[in-house]
Design a protein around this ligand. Structure first.
Ligand SMILES: Nc1ncnc2c1ncn2[C@@H]1O[C@H](COP(=O)(O)OP(=O)(O)OP(=O)(O)O)[C@@H](O)[C@H]1O
Ligand SMILES: [Mg+2]
Length: 391
C-alpha cells in the first residue's frame, strides 16, 4: 500500500479538499495519510466481520494494510463536527509521541466527512474485556503480570504528563483504554483524542455513563480535566487491577458495590489484603499488593494537591519511595461531592440519579442544573468552583 507522509503527500483522491488543510500540513512529519479506498480494502469494505469494537468515537475495525501489517481502524462518528484543522492539530500532537506503553498511531484518513484513525493492532484486547471481562478470557493474570501492567500504565502516563511538551492529559483512563500486546505489555490508547469526540449530548452521555467510576469529582462537576484528574482515574484502575473487580458492581451487597468506598473501609480496618483478587489463590506478594492499593487511595483523594504526580507514583510502585500511611485521606467520591455542592439540601442521590446528573454536568460549561430527585422537588443547582490552572 502506498502511504503518503503528510509533508510530501500526493493528491491521490479526487474527493479530498487539499486547500482546506494545506497550511496545517507543514511540520507534520510522522503521520501517514491513507486514502479512504485503502482503508476500505484493508477492512473488506468495513465488513461487520472485521468489527472489533465500538466506543465513544465510533466503530473500530481490524484490517490488514497493504504492507501486511495489522491495524485497528477507528472510524470517527459522522456526527463529529470536528473540522479538518482541529483534527489535524490533535493528530500532529499525537504523532510525535512514542513510548513503549502507548498505542502507536500509524496515520489517518481525511476525505469528505470521513475522519479515520489507523493504529497499531494489539492482539490481546483490552483490560476491560480480559481481566475485568467476567471470566470470558483465557489469559491468566498472575501477580507478576499485574505488576507489569500497573507499572507500564504508570510509565505511559508519566511520559504524557511530564515528558511530552505540551503535556497531554488523557481524560479517559479506564480499563477499556488499556490494550495488551502479545506479551501482555500494556498500551494506553486514545491519548490526546478526547477533543475529537463529537459534541452532541447523546454521545457524551453514553461515554460518561461508561466511564462514571473513573471520573474525579471535580472533573465531573467542572468538566475540566487536569493531570490530577488523570491521576484519580489511574488510582481507580490500579485498584481494579489488584482486585480483579470493576469499580462498580451492582450485584454485590450495597456496602461493597463501589470499589473505592470498599477500599477505604478495609483500609480503615487494616484489612486491605482481603480485597486482593481471590482468583490469584493467594499467589501474590501481600506487602506489594497492599502498597498498590494504598497508592490507589493516594491517587483518588478528594484534594487535587494531595494526589501524587505520576512520576512519584511510579517510584512508589517500584518501591523506590515509601508510601506514607499518614498522608492517605478519604477518597473523593462523586456522591459526597454532589451532596456538598448541591444547594437547597437536596437528599442523597441514588446511583441512577447520579448517572443522570453526570450527563447534565458533562454537557455544561458552567452552572449546571441537576435533574430533580422527584417531580415535586424542583431543580437544584450546582455551584461551579474556579479551575486551578496550577495543578
Ligand atoms: N489498537 C487496537 N488494537 C486492538 N483492539 C483495539 C484497538 N483499539 C481499539 N480496540 C478495540 O476496540 C474497542 C473499542 O475501542 P474504543 O477506543 O473505540 O472504545 P472504548 O475504549 O470502549 O471507549 P472510549 O471511546 O471511551 O475509548 C476496544 O475496547 C478494543 O477492544
Ligand atoms: Mg478507547
Amino acid at each position: 500500500m502506498t502511504c503518503f507522509p503528510l509533508f510530501c503527500r500526493k493528491h491521490h483522491s479526487s474527493t479530498r479538499h487539499p486547500s482546506e488543510f494545506d497550511g496545517e500540513l507543514s511540520g507534520v512529519k510522522n503521520v501517514t495519510l491513507f486514502s479512504y479506498k485503502q482503508l476500505r480494502i484493508a477492512t473488506d469494505d468495513f465488513s461487520p466481520v472485521n468489527k472489533i469494537g465500538e466506543g465513544g468515537f465510533g466503530s473500530v475495525y481490524k484490517g490488514r494494510l497493504k504492507s501486511g501489517k495489522m491495524a485497528a481502524i477507528k472510524v470517527l462518528s459522522s456526527e463529529s463536527k470536528q473540522g479538518v484543522r482541529e483534527f489535524l492539530t490533535e493528530i500532529k500532537v499525537i504523532s510525535d509521541v512514542e513510548h513503549e506503553n502507548l498505542v502507536k498511531l500509524y496515520g489517518c484518513c481525511i476525505e469528505d466527512d470521513h475522519r479515520i484513525l489507523v493504529y497499531n493492532y494489539l492482539e490481546n484486547n483490552s483490560l476491560a474485556q480480559t481481566l475485568l471481562g467476567g471470566g470470558h478470557s483465557s489469559i491468566q493474570f498472575n501477580w507478576r503480570t499485574r505488576t507489569k501492567i500497573c507499572v507500564g500504565v504508570a510509565k505511559g502516563l508519566a511520559y504524557l504528563h511530564e515528558q511530552v511538551k505540551p503535556h497531554i492529559i488523557h481524560r479517559d483512563i479506564k480499563a477499556s483504554n488499556i490494550l495488551l500486546d502479545k506479551d501482555l505489555t500494556p498500551k494506553i490508547s486514545d491519548f490526546g483524542l478526547a477533543k475529537l469526540i463529537p459534541p452532541n449530548a447523546t454521545h457524551v452521555s453514553t461515554r460518561v455513563a461508561g466511564t462514571i467510576g473513573y471520573l474525579a469529582p471535580e472533573y465531573a462537576i467542572r468538566g475540566q480535566a487536569t493531570r490530577k484528574s488523570d491521576v484519580y482515574s489511574y488510582g481507580v484502575l490500579l485498584i481494579e487491577i489488584v482486585t480483579g473487580r470493576c469499580n462498580t458492581n451492582s450485584r454485590l451487597p450495597i456496602d461493597e458495590q463501589y470499589l473505592l468506598e470498599r477500599t477505604w473501609q478495609l483500609y480503615e480496618r487494616k484489612e486491605l489484603v482481603l480485597l486482593v483478587d481471590t482468583s490469584l489463590d493467594g499467589a501474590f506478594d501481600a506487602e506489594q499488593a497492599c502498597r498498590f492499593l494504598k497508592i490507589g487511595l493516594l491517587c483518588t483523594q478528594d484534594a487535587l494537591k494531595l494526589r501524587p504526580s505520576m512520576s512519584t507514583i511510579l517510584k512508589m510502585l517500584t518501591g523506590e519511595m515509601e508510601v506514607d500511611n499518614n498522608k492517605i485521606t478519604k477518597p473523593g467520591l462523586i456522591s459526597d461531592f454532589m451532596d456538598l455542592k448541591i444547594k437547597n439540601n437536596a437528599p442523597k442521590l441514588h446511583p441512577e440519579q447520579i448517572n443522570a446528573a453526570y450527563d447534565y454536568v458533562l454537557s455544561s460549561d458552567n452552572t449546571t442544573t441537576l435533574p430533580s430527585t422527584s417531580s415535586s422537588q424542583g431543580n437544584s443547582t450546582f455551584t461551579t468552583v474556579a479551575y486551578d490552572q496550577s495543578i
